[in-house]
Design a protein around this ligand. Structure first.
Ligand SMILES: N[C@H](CCC[C@H](N)C(=O)O)C(=O)O
Length: 326
């Protein structure tokens, strides 16, 4: 079985192309494969944040379908960083630069973009649909929507906004001291414990620090994973809340720089004629290594015969990160 180790802003995955597997992988196998391969201690080559399963699609401008399996085996409706790597994979597989990728709730526009830095292949992807409703968020906080509201059961000071893009995000704008504190882990691990009444299905939780007028820093604890270097849908959702709550709506169509522990991406928040929002998420789609693994052995957590062939791209990405941190 071929796997490609990829990352978007340091949020790393293995891409599995169902067509290259030669047979349909079962739901049980896919869940187990994610848990075994992604394990940071005993997984394949340091593990990953999840698996991106690419499936064939037969509609004209849709070149494939992406399914997102978190490291804990749970399936998510969307993955922004992952979509950029799948967009690159399908672009190179089909020789196209602009097309759509099918996801759980929508066919999303993707296109190749100018490189963020030399050797850093870059793609722009659509993040949508967007919803603030408690139903879509599977949120039970006694309110239909959350917009910079307090949730006393979580914190006496912090204010929270909640938005589904379409996976669920809870976002709080904080100062730097809070951004780097353990508050994020405390709140997020409680909300993803599988037992709490507020988000029984879990939620991605992000703290956001405003760095300057068009620059924010987003730190995320992801549902089904834990802390990640970056979360594309969280950075897009945070950009939307930033534009709505912190710019008096003047931030639409402006390019925002979104820094994160894994690097930086750019976002643009759009408002459609019908009043609905969508975001453009622009960032790297780095291929780190081409791999071969026996599916049966991987399901047993045995990677002794697996192969790992580095592409050499990671060096360019690390040079890019070093430059933006100067
Ligand atoms: N953990 C997320 C899925 C992955 C999203 C993230 N990696 C991204 O780039 O958007 C969830 O369960 O909703």
């Amino acid at each position: 079985m071929e796997l490609i180790k990829v990352h978007g802003s340091g949020n790393d995955f293995f891409i599995l192309d169902q067509e290259k597997l030669g047979r349909k992988i079962s739901e049980t196998e896919l869940k187990r494969l994610a848990i075994k391969v992604c394990d940071r201690k005993h997984g394949f080559h340091g593990g990953a944040d999840g698996i991106l399963c690419v499936l064939p699609e037969t509609r004209d401008d849709v070149l494939g379908r992406m399914r997102v399996i978190n490291a804990d085996g749970s399936e998510a409706s969307m993955c922004g960083n992952g979509l950029r790597t799948v967009a690159r994979y399908l672009s190179e597989k089909n020789g196209k630069k602009s097309f759509k990728v099918a996801t759980m709730y929508a066919d999303l526009e993707v296109e190749q973009a100018n490189e963020l830095a030399p050797g850093v292949k870059t793609f722009s992807v659509e993040i949508s649909p967007v919803s603030f409703s408690a139903d879509d968020l599977k949120m039970h906080v006694g309110k239909e929507e959350l917009h910079e509201d307090k949730l006393e059961m979580l914190s006496g000071e912090l204010k929270f906004s909640a938005v589904a893009v379409p996976n669920p995000h809870l976002i709080s704008f904080v100062d730097h001291e809070t951004l780097v504190s353990e508050d994020l882990g405390r709140i997020a691990s409680y909300l993803n414990d599988g037992k709490n009444a507020l988000f029984p299905d879990g939620v991605n939780v992000s703290f956001v620090e405003i760095l300057s007028e068009n620059e924010i820093f987003v730190r995320t604890y992801e549902r089904g994973v834990g802390y990640t270097n970056a979360c594309g849908t969280a950075m897009s959702a945070s950009s939307l809340i930033y534009v709505l709550e912190k710019t008096d709506g003047k931030g639409f169509e402006k390019t925002l720089s979104v820094k994160n522990p894994g690097g930086m991406v750019k976002t643009i928040v759009h408002r459609k004629e019908d009043g609905n929002y969508f975001m453009s998420l622009i960032g790297n789609g780095t291929f780190v290594a081409k791999c071969t693994v026996s599916l049966d052995e991987a399901l047993l957590g045995d990677f002794s015969a697996a192969t790992w062939e580095e592409t050499g791209e990671q060096a360019s990405y690390e040079k890019f990160v070093k430059k933006i941190c100067e």
